[in-house]
Design a binder for this molecule. Sequence first.
Ligand code: KMH
Ligand code: ZN
Length: 276
Amino acid sequence: MEKLIITAAICGAEVTKEQNPNVPYTVEEIVREAKSAVDAGAAIVHLHVREDDGKPTQSHVRFQECTEAILKACPNVILIPSTGGAVGMTPDERLDSTNTTPIPEMATLDCGTCNFGDEIFDNTMPTMRAFGKRMIEKGIKPEYECFEMGHLDTILTMARKGEVPGDPMQFNFVLGVPGCTPATVDNLCWLVNKIPAGSTWTATGIGRHAFTLAAPAIVMGGNVRVGFEDNLYLERGVLAKSNGELVDKVVRMAKLLGRQVATSDEAREILSLKKR
Ligand code: KMH
Ligand code: ZN
């Protein structure tokens, strides 16, 4: 079995300091959280950025500032900027996160429209085609985020048509978003069984499912994402003090289950990435 790649989704676009005072907004706070995650064992940081007041933004200027500051503190980390942004942003606005220099190695590509709590996360076919085209042109490897079962079939069909980058594909099964596919082992197995040979995958369990989905992913040979974007608690009733604490819990689980944790360079090899 390959080593375990741990991704830390350190910030997100929805969670607030009111929910957990350690959620980062400023550049300094974002760097602090990235470093805590990397020091604990994360090979990848999935990045959203905020204005200082916490408002989510996809501005490439803010992404540039945060990327440079993170890479100064963690020179080898793989960054996966979000192209999902926050619900309600336009496709052009969302794609601006990929306009940094150098161009990111990877970026998320969300695989369909879905409920998102009380809101609708809009990813129409034309939006996904535009994002696929941009990533093909710029040589960015997508992380295909599937929130619903049907998202997988959608993106596999698009890959077959050459509308989004193809082999080897990296999927992130984000399960347990209110209104979307529940975070059950059954659902995870259904998705994993349908991906093309040679693909890689990550499991992200939302809220209280963070670690109950991490465990099967570790033993099934997948990878794991945790972080404040997905889960604010280390355990029931205990807020996490940092993203590093959440990553450290996955590292300890991996150790107990006999799986080694990948460095960023090992993750690049597993994901067939070329360092920029
Ligand atoms: N903030 C969510 C609406 C992504 O990063 O690509 C979407 C999201 C997905 O976080
Ligand atoms: Zn995200």
